[in-house]
Design a protein around this ligand. Structure first.
Ligand code: ADP
Ligand code: MG
Ligand code: ZN
Length: 487
């Protein structure tokens, strides 16, 4: 931290767009990229008299998330109107949950600041449901000099996840966000895309003297849209707040914005207190009732989460924690890796070799977009390729060549190796014959070896490799050469 004696106190608010087909309170599609103002109806346009109807699917997604975060589910929760004026908010209020959210009191395990081997439990205050606003568009070609409003996003389901002010530094904040994102993606309720704004983060931060129990005044940094920006913003804001504290300056709670180019935060607006929003229960919506039976069904539908999967790979297959982390970050990568593991269940050596190959070769050519993933080879192709190495048909180096040649195609590694005549010669008789011929033809080199110039063996290895087009099994070749030279 920037000045000794101080510590940062950080709490994050995350808004995640739920991957429902339709909006939160109407049947309009949530598809991205449509012509402006085409995915709209009287409800999401905010026309007077239109009545909202809650989306069942979005509740299911939000409840699964809350359960995955260890929250308790409130049986009866209330939707409230949060009143404010904004050009892209036609109703003049946002429907959200306020004093009675549907879930509370969860937690998330993260790696501690400064020591990733230590885990810390961070509190989740609440998860609640709300709706998105529209979008102001500036600089649209058809209407030069004017701004237009696109209401396609108006009413898109959002889930807000409010974290406790339990984070103590930039690394913890980023780890919290990554783990949270991985959980949402594993649940398939959100695509985890910070850059495109479907996973948005507000950073709340204050500083205090170490050992002090009271919190300092916080600032809120709105919509920081990448992990890197979150890290930088917290570093810089911590230093700025410590400077203010050191020079005895006070300030009012307010909202700031991160400017990555200048590397600092800038004042955006005074912070509204919750009184300013005049929250009240939305008279158009009945209480949200989530009964115990449904909660049970939703709980049963939760897949193994990334942390549990990581822990299992480490425990059962002795994979290094770092490998497990990389291989479970995205659920589709985790599923892929597990398919490769299933070829040799419980085989730790196979798991480690597969992990190495996936991390160094496969992931370098993998494209991830949200929930979907494009892999260079199928799990079946990879199993076949690694099995060829195991059987010593090809070397590890050749496996990389085969991978490079077949990636993006449906080719079988075995067929490719056969076609190219790549099969490693592991036939001791064949190798020995080649070696004997070489030894007879090169008496000078043999004499040098006998005189103690052991490095000359490289000459023979090179010659055999040339003759066999690099396919002689290196271990076997060395063994045979040493034996014959010593004769
Ligand atoms: P608001 O909508 O007014 O920002 P919320 O209750 O939704 O209020 O969110 C407040 C966020 O600020 C939470 O994530 C919480 O952890 C964090 N927070 C509260 N007090 C502090 C503080 N003193 N320093 C840093 N973060 C704080
Ligand atoms: Mg806030
Ligand atoms: Zn609509």
């Amino acid at each position: 931290m920037s000045a000794p004696g101080y510590e940062a106190v950080i709490g994050l608010e995350v808004h995640a767009q739920l991957l429902t087909k339709t909006k939160q309170f109407c049947g309009c599609p949530t598809t991205f990229g449509a012509e402006p103002n085409t995915n709209v109806c009287p409800v999401c346009l905010g026309l007077p008299g239109a009545l909202p109807v809650l989306n069942h699917e979005s509740v299911a997604m939000a409840v699964r998330t809350a359960l995955a975060l260890g929250c308790t589910i409130r049986e009866r929760s209330i939707f409230a109107r949060k009143n404010y004026f904004y050009p892209d908010l036609p109703k003049g209020y946002q429907i959200s949950q306020y004093d009675l959210p549907f879930s509370e009191h969860g937690s998330l395990e993260i790696a501690a600041e400064g020591d990733p081997s230590v885990t810390r439990r961070v509190g989740i205050t609440r998860v609640h449901l709300e709706e998105d606003a529209g979008k102001n568009l500036h600089g649209v070609a058809e209407v030069p000099g004017k701004s237009v409003i696109d209401l396609n996003r108006s009413g898109v389901p959002l889930m807000e996840i409010v974290g406790e002010p339990d984070l103590r530094g930039p690394a913890e904040a980023v780890d919290y966000l990554k783990r949270l994102r991985d959980i949402l993606v594993a649940l398939e309720v959100n695509d985890g895309n910070l850059e495109e704004g479907s996973f948005r983060c507000d950073v709340n931060i204050s500083v205090r003297r170490k050992g002090s129990a009271a919190y300092g005044t916080r600032v809120e940094i709105k919509n920081v849209n990448s992990f890197r920006h979150v890290h930088r913003a917290i570093e810089h804001e911590t230093a700025r707040l410590v400077d203010l504290a050191e020079s005895g300056q006070t300030f009012k709670q307010h909202t700031r914005q991160w400017d990555d180019e200048s590397g600092r935060t800038v004042f955006l607006r005074e912070k509204e207190g919750s009184d300013d929003y005049r929250y009240f229960p939305d008279p158009d919506l009945p209480p949200l009732v989530i009964d115990e039976r449904w909660v049970g069904e939703l709980r049963a539908s939760i897949p193994e989460l990334p942390a549990a999967r990581r822990e299992r790979l480490v425990r059962e297959l002795k994979l290094p924690a770092k490998d497990a982390e990389v291989l479970t970050g995205h659920p589709k990568i985790g599923d892929y890796f597990e398919k490769v593991l299933q070829a040799r269940p419980g085989d730790a050596a196979w798991a480690k070799r597969a992990a190495n190959f996936v991390m160094t070769e496969v992931l370098a050519d993998t494209r991830v977009h949200g929930l979907s993933i494009e892999l260079p080879v199928t799990a079946a192709q990879l199993v076949e390729l690694l099995s060829l190495v195991d059987a010593q048909t090809i070397s590890g180096k050749q496996a990389k060549e085969v991978f490079a040649a077949i990636k993006g195609t449906a080719q079988s590694p075995e067929a490719y190796v056969g076609d190219k005549g790549m099969a490693q010669v592991s036939d001791a008789v064949a190798i020995e014959a080649i070696c004997r011929a070489l030894i007879t033809a090169n008496p000078k080199q043999v004499a040098a070896w006998k005189a103690g110039k052991k490095g000359i063996i490289g000459f023979f290895v090179g010659a055999v490799m040339k003759e066999t087009k690099g396919s002689a099994n290196p271990a076997l070749l060395n063994e045979i050469l040493e034996r014959l030279l010593a004769e």
